[in-house]
Design a binder for this molecule. Sequence first.
Ligand SMILES: [Zn+2]
Length: 191
Amino acid sequence: MRGTGKISQVMKSPFVFDVAALLRGSGIPENIQQSGPSPTRIGPEMIAIPEGGTVDVDAHLIPLGGGISVQATIQAQLKGQCSRCLRELTPFTSLNVSEVFAVDDDFITGDEAEDEDELPQVHQDSIDLLQPVIDAAGLNLPFNPLCTELGFSSCDDSDVPAPDGSVDDLDDDEDGEDTVDPRWAGLEKFL
Ligand SMILES: [Zn+2]
């Protein structure tokens, strides 16, 4: 039996919000900020919020009839590598999440998943933003992160040619590219 207003906080995921008061309260939207270690690695192969990395979640929760609308901003430091020079990249990122959770009492409970597009549900007076955050990270974080896109002016200097290297020799082609050695002119038709 629940309804005491207190659930045991076994998980301290910053993505889990207790919405008991919202469900039974005055129906006024709430802003809730939570911080904590990310319960898992979140992001594509090359760059992600690391497991255990601190995540700040700023959520705006709006009670709806039969559901709760959540808009949240997630801020965290990423850990990854430049896909070109493999330098470690640790930029800060901000992800926006928007989701509606259905109140489970008004919907089917249990394992009957009729529709895969079903809304996520309020579970034991809590909502978990983890899956929406995973989805947002997959959409917004770069699959091929590059130094130049994430705060560095260029990749490792050793990999970048000097900006004013002496490449003048390449221009010499202009002078003679159309002149054919007369000795070979007669052979062109065989080429
Ligand atoms: Zn790089």
